[in-house]
Design a protein around this ligand. Structure first.
Ligand SMILES: C[S@@+](CC[C@H](N)C(=O)[O-])C[C@H]1O[C@@H](n2cnc3c(N)ncnc32)[C@H](O)[C@@H]1O
Ligand code: SF4
Length: 444
């Protein structure tokens, strides 16, 4: 076995236990149910400690979908009757009513309406809920106001409506142009002419930025579809194309995956390289690897600078005001809570405590997927990362799993996408024990 292969095997074996320790060590899974009053009190405390450097983003979840796609990893509910939407909108508005006064001096740093499928709402429902939000809450003009639209439930009049209500960024879920693939995944097919029309109409009515999503590894798609999906979308001229990879857990129908199993993910970089090369996308679009998930984003060379993004996964010390079914909220340094669906017409909240350690942890996990910048870490948290995680870092360096230079700490290997970053938070004792159990010859 060569040394890269050996290292990869060690790391793969450490990942799952790594995540458990991580959660224990930072007490991230100790959730408790709380009342709406406690959530309001938490926000009151929050408002006393924030300033312009610590913005709050607004997230609204619209959970309904007309069909449930087999590959989907999001929190969603099958729409079975129109009353579900009316009830949901009413509950969201009743909930938001409690915060209008509280947030009257706050300018939110962006809004993101995701799902599920926001485009399951008809125009008057959109007006009811989004009109209420834009009337009662303020949004900083430098940040994007995004809504996700599924082409299967989009119309020109809905595009115009979201623009008129105040959104300036649309994200369309295209996923694939292969009819058989979409059928296998239980999703309706929308042809390229329609997608093109939606995009050009969106631009015509003044939507500043239009993103489109593709997913690599669905249904019948093979490498020629991966390429043609990108090529067709390129001709539709969106401002950006985000090419995700279907997550392993939801990869149920793809022919390549069925045939080759996990080799699909081992070979992913190669698949993307072939896709990017085959599509000649680079002629028109700039290419960047996504930070937090497996995939790429292609940004149109002629597209202007977009406003600042919502940043749900960004490293910024941001708080999130999450509203609706399963939305996640973050109250800087004070806690995070998840809103589950209503029991008897009421939202249920479960809360977990956050402290500065949480900020450090999430920053480090996210950066470690690329590199940890020691200087930036110090600037942000006023601590040296090597003091905080001395034993762990020494151990990983000694075993040649991570490398340190003047400025960065980074993973020493080819494989970038296997979740190794959780490792750094294993205590060396545990690392050693696991290594001993597996007899993989890690140096103590
Ligand atoms: C909430 S969905 C988009 C909105 C809308 N419901 C739709 O389907 O068009 C967000 C995006 O996540 C991506 N996605 C969904 N499930 C995924 C999975 N299992 N793996 C990778 N990406 C996924 C899809 O590209 C999708 O457009
Ligand atoms: S991909 Fe979109 S439409 Fe399909 S189930 Fe997920 S949220 Fe619903």
């Amino acid at each position: 076995m060569n040394s890269i292969e050996k290292k990869r095997r060690i790391i793969k074996k450490l990942i799952n236990p790594g995540h458990d320790f991580l959660f224990d060590r930072f007490s991230m899974n100790k959730k408790k149910e709380v009342s709406k009053t406690e959530i309001i009190n938490l926000r009151k405390k929050h408002l006393k400690i924030i300033d312009n450097n610590h913005p709050i983003s607004f997230y609204l979840h619209i959970p309904f979908c007309e069909k449930i796609c087999k590959y989907c990893m999001y929190d969603k509910l099958l729409l079975t009757n129109q009353k579900q939407k009316k009830d949901y909108i009413l509950d969201v508005k009743n909930f938001l009513y409690n915060f209008i006064d509280l947030f009257k001096k706050v300018e939110f740093s962006g809004i993101y309406v995701g799902g599920g499928t926001p485009s399951t709402l008809n125009e008057s429902e959109m007006e009811d809920i989004f009109g209420y939000i834009f009337k009662n809450f303020k949004f900083n003009k430098d940040y994007q106001k995004t809504i996700e639209l599924n082409p299967c439930s989009t119309s020109l009049s809905k595009i115009k409506k979201v623009k008129d209500l105040g959104f300036d960024r649309i994200s369309f879920g295209v996923q694939s142009f292969n009819k058989n693939t979409l059928e296998k995944e239980n999703r309706r097919y929308v042809d390229k002419e329609t997608i093109k029309e939606f995009i050009s109409y969106g631009k015509k009515v003044g939507i500043e930025f239009i993103n489109t999503d593709l997913v690599l590894g669905l249904g019948d798609d093979d490498i020629s579809d991966f390429i043609s999906n990108l090529n067709i979308l390129k001709e539709c001229e969106p401002d950006s194309i985000t090419y995700y990879t279907v997550m392993k857990e939801q990869n149920k129908t793809n022919n390549i995956y069925i045939k080759y199993g996990d080799k699909f993910y081992d070979n992913l970089e190669n698949l993307f390289t072939k896709t990017i090369k085959g599509s000649k996308i680079k002629n028109k679009y700039n290419t960047t690897k996504l930070n937090n998930v497996l995939g790429y984003i292609f940004k149109h060379k002629k597209s202007g600078n977009s406003k600042k993004s919502f940043g749900l996964y960004s490293n910024e010390k941001k708080s999130i005001f999450g509203v609706g079914y399963k939305s996640i909220s973050k109250v800087r340094n004070l806690g995070s809570y998840e809103t589950s669906f209503f029991k008897n017409g009421k939202f249920i909240f479960s809360i977990e405590k956050l402290d500065n350690n949480y900020e450090i942890l999430s920053y480090t996990l996210k950066s470690f997927q690329d590199k940890i910048d020691k200087i930036d870490f110090k600037k942000k948290f006023n601590k040296n990362i090597k003091d905080m995680f001395k034993e762990e870092i020494d151990f990983l360096i000694k075993n040649n799993i991570i490398i340190e230079d003047d400025r960065y700490l980074y993973y020493n290997g080819e494989e970038k996408n296997i979740g190794f970053y959780g490792l750094i938070f294993l205590s060396p004792k545990e690392l050693l024990q696991i290594a001993k159990n597996r007899k993989e010859g890690i140096k103590s």
